[in-house]
Design a protein around this ligand. Structure first.
Ligand code: HEC
Length: 96
C-alpha cells in the first residue's frame, strides 16, 4: 500500500516534468469538455479559473487530471495525462 502511494506520487510528480501542451490541447478539447461545460457553461474552461481555487499546485493538478481521465474511461497513457497537464498549466494555472 505504501509502495503504491509512493509510486503514485512519483507518477504525479513526473507528470509535471514533461508534456507537450499542443498535444494536450487536442486531447483535452476532444475528451475533457463535456462534463465541465455542462456544469460551468460555455466551453467549460471557467472550471479552471474559478475562485477560490481548489487546485493549488502542479501535483494537485496532475492528480485531478488523472482522476478525470479515469472518469472519461478514455484509457489514457501517462504521457497523455502529462500532455494535458502541460496544456492546462500553460493555459490556465501557470504553476511554476
Ligand atoms: C464525467 C465528467 C467529467 C469529465 C469527462 C471530465 N471531468 Fe474534470 N471535472 C469533473 C468534475 C465533476 C470536477 C469537479 C467539479 C467540482 O469540484 O466542483 C472536475 C474538475 C476538474 C479539474 C479541476 C478544476 C479546478 O481547478 O478546480 C480539472 C483540472 C479537470 N477536471 C480536468 C479534466 C480533464 C483533463 C478531463 C479529460 C480527461 C476531464 N476533467 C474530464 C468532471 C469531469
Amino acid at each position: 500500500m505504501r509502495l503504491l502511494a509512493l509510486s503514485l506520487l512519483a507518477l504525479a510528480t513526473s507528470a509535471v516534468a514533461a508534456g507537450d501542451p499542443k498535444v494536450g490541447k487536442v486531447l483535452h478539447d476532444k475528451q475533457c469538455v463535456t462534463c465541465h461545460a455542462r456544469q460551468f457553461g460555455g466551453d467549460g474552461s471557467s472550471i479552471y479559473t474559478r475562485s477560490p481555487r481548489l487546485i493549488n499546485d502542479k501535483r494537485a493538478l496532475a492528480q485531478r487530471v488523472a482522476m478525470c481521465a479515469a472518469l472519461t474511461g478514455a484509457k489514457w497513457f501517462p504521457e497523455d495525462e502529462e500532455n494535458v497537464v502541460a496544456y492546462l498549466n500553460e493555459q490556465f494555472y501557470k504553476f511554476k
